[in-house]
Write a protein of this length. Structure first.
Length: 127
């Protein structure tokens, strides 16, 4: 029971937060940036259910990474390291592939910082 409360619950709560944050940011706030950019590339922005499911898997993996980091580092260190792992590396990869609309970064950076901080906070508080 302690494992459930101190491990599964924080990871699950952070996964929910990350998933909601990603969905709102990319499907509401930044959707026009994504669709316009993909359209200019001659592509359709991937928004099928399988894509949403994979973002759910990404959210779970990100929450697990944050949980592991939180066992070794302070809240600030956990937040900063996880943000670098979760977002900076992702943006480098999708930027290298040419599918990152750079116009999203002024909005995406602060929102992703908040997402990573609050996920780390949730995990620190619940574990």
């Amino acid at each position: 029971m302690l494992f459930l409360k101190k491990t599964i619950l924080p990871i699950f709560a952070a996964t929910i937060w990350i998933s909601l944050s990603e969905f709102v940011r990319n499907q509401f706030i930044l959707l026009s940036f994504w669709t316009d950019h993909y359209s200019n590339l001659g592509l359709n922005f991937p928004s099928e259910p399988i894509n949403g499911a994979m973002w759910g898997v990404w959210s779970l993996c990100f929450a697990i990474v944050i949980f592991i980091l939180a066992t070794k580092f302070s809240l600030t260190e956990t937040f900063l390291i996880s943000w670098g792992i979760g977002f900076v590396l992702m943006w480098l990869v999708i930027g290298n592939l040419g599918v990152l609309p750079l116009g999203i970064l002024p909005v995406a950076i602060p929102l992703s910082l908040f997402e990573a901080f609050f996920a780390a906070f949730i995990i620190k508080k619940l574990s």
